[in-house]
Design a protein around this ligand. Structure first.
Ligand SMILES: Nc1ncnc2c1ncn2[C@@H]1O[C@H](COP(=O)(O)OP(=O)(O)OP(=O)(O)O)[C@@H](O)[C@H]1O
Ligand SMILES: [Mg+2]
Length: 444
């Protein structure tokens, strides 16, 4: 009994309630999703609660200010807002709550559970935008990361602390591929951010993974497509904050974001609402900067020894590889996997376009003979793809090109090596042994 009371007392002491005056403001204008509030001088990123006609309060976020008025955006659906409605400041600006309690749970952008479970008790605060670190605080990528996908493990080996993009048009298999990596990637904690995806996919993902073996080591942050843009951006930042929190505790985190393009879309909507001019494909500079900042939060930490390995899906709109988000992602990521619609339509899954995919860290991570074998297999695959039409038409005569001859002789074995049944895992050493065995066959 006394023990329980002491615990309660300790909890109260730790809570440090704020007895200061509560800041209140009033709505003075509302147009195009932007709400102007007077008398509420809060920093950008703070939350506020707006009183609604007869229906409690709704949440909004400060996204800017102009002429002494705060500009806010609703975090929920459109509501019955009236002029001069009261706005109340909420919580600590720019901070989110994190803690061990997130493991095994699925939450929304504000940290509320969406899995029907009990409320979360999260004791630690973490900056939503991330704690900025010096460039030298980032340790190098020196260890291979086993992602469970044979073609990637063997031909574009990932590293612990690497940031990898998965680039493809819609419906080519990005989500299925990251699903496999989430289930089989070797990590202490897996944080999955499902941003702007279909609500059905979110519930499907949560149902499957939260019942699986990884349950106690996985956190899902999800905001489906129909939610406000600032919620989508916030959810991506929240997921990065959760990953950083576990990294600071020395753990190896796998951070998966599906999809980075939807985050860029959300940032674009926010920028345009604030009146920023759109540049490349309507993306204001701030939207692409938001993407860069988000991706830069992954990496190894020299101080804690922990790591955040990032996997980001990027939608190449209309299979156009010159999309600004694709360009930005390619430039800042340490590697990309390109999925090909042609392979997918042939039923070749995962539809990884090997010659177009690249891991910039691979050569530092694997033994020289593996790197050489991977280069050789890439050359064989490229030769086969380049001459595919010629061979199909029967216009190619064997003996004309030694590389192509070898590729054609191994064709069946190469396809068997590159494909993998959905949901299955192939470990890194198994994939590398398979690679050597496959090329060994050519010389046997
Ligand atoms: N490894 C696989 N094995 C079998 N089928 C697959 C595989 N990967 C993808 N598919 C098929 O492709 C479909 C689309 O895949 P997925 O949802 O992953 O695409 P996506 O690139 O995420 O699309 P979007 O951009 O629309 O989100 C799946 O529903 C499935 O039928
Ligand atoms: Mg998808």
């Amino acid at each position: 009994m006394i023990g329980e009371l002491q615990l309660d007392l300790a909890r109260m002491r730790a809570a440090r309630p704020d007895f200061g005056p509560v800041l209140m403001g009033r709505v003075v204008a509302c147009d195009g999703g932007l709400i102007e509030v007077e008398g509420l001088p809060l920093p950008v990123g703070s939350l506020g609660a707006i009183a609604q006609e007869g229906a409690g309060e709704c949440l909004a976020e400060v996204i800017g200010f102009r002429a002494g008025h705060s500009l806010m955006m609703l975090l929920g659906d459109a509501v019955l807002l009236r002029p001069r409605a009261m706005v109340r400041a909420l919580g600590q600006p720019g901070e989110v709550r994190v803690g061990e309690g997130l493991l095994g749970r699925a939450v929304d952008a504000l940290g509320a559970p969406i899995d029907g479970g009990p409320p979360l008790h999260l004791p630690h605060a973490w900056p939503l935008a991330g704690a900025r670190e010096g460039a030298l605080e980032r340790a190098r990528v020196t260890e291979p990361f086993d992602c469970g996908v044979r073609a990637i493990n063997a031909l574009a080996t990932m590293g612990v602390g690497q940031r990898l993009g998965i680039i493809a048009g819609s419906g080519v298999g990005k989500s299925v591929l990251v699903d496999t990596i989430a289930a089989h990637g070797a990590a202490d904690v897996t944080v999955v951010a499902l941003i702007g995806e279909r609500a059905r996919e979110v519930s499907d993902f949560v149902a499957r993974h939260m019942a699986g073996a990884r349950r106690g080591a996985m956190v899902v942050v999800a905001v489906p497509a129909d939610h406000a843009p600032n919620l989508r951006l916030r959810a991506a930042q929240y997921a990065a904050s959760i990953a950083e929190y576990f990294r600071a505790r020395g753990q190896r985190v796998l951070l998966i974001l599906d999809s980075l393009t939807r985050v860029a879309h959300a940032a674009r909507e926010l920028g345009l609402v604030l009146g920023e001019p759109g540049a490349a494909r309507g993306y204001p500079p701030s939207a692409l900067a938001a993407v860069t900042r988000l991706v830069e939060r992954a990496g190894n930490s020299a101080r804690s020894g922990g790591a955040v390995t990032g996997v980001y899906t990027v939608l190449a709109d209309g299979d156009d590889a010159n999309d600004p988000v694709v360009d930005t992602a390619r430039a800042i990521l340490d590697g990309h996997i390109v999925l090909s619609r042609a392979l997918a339509s042939r039923g070749h899954y995962p539809a990884i376009d090997v010659p177009a995919s690249l891991s910039r860290v691979m050569d530092d991570l694997v033994a020289p003979e593996i790197a050489a074998a991977a280069r050789r297999l890439r050359a064989l695959i490229a030769a086969r793809e380049d001459n595919r039409d010629l061979v199909l038409m029967g216009a190619y005569r064997p003996g004309g090109d030694a590389l192509l001859d070898e590729a054609l002789a191994l064709s069946g074995a190469i396809d068997a090596f590159l494909t993998q049944p959905r949901g299955a895992a192939v470990r890194l050493d198994e994939a590398q042994a398979g690679l050597l065995a496959l090329l060994g066959k050519a010389h046997a």
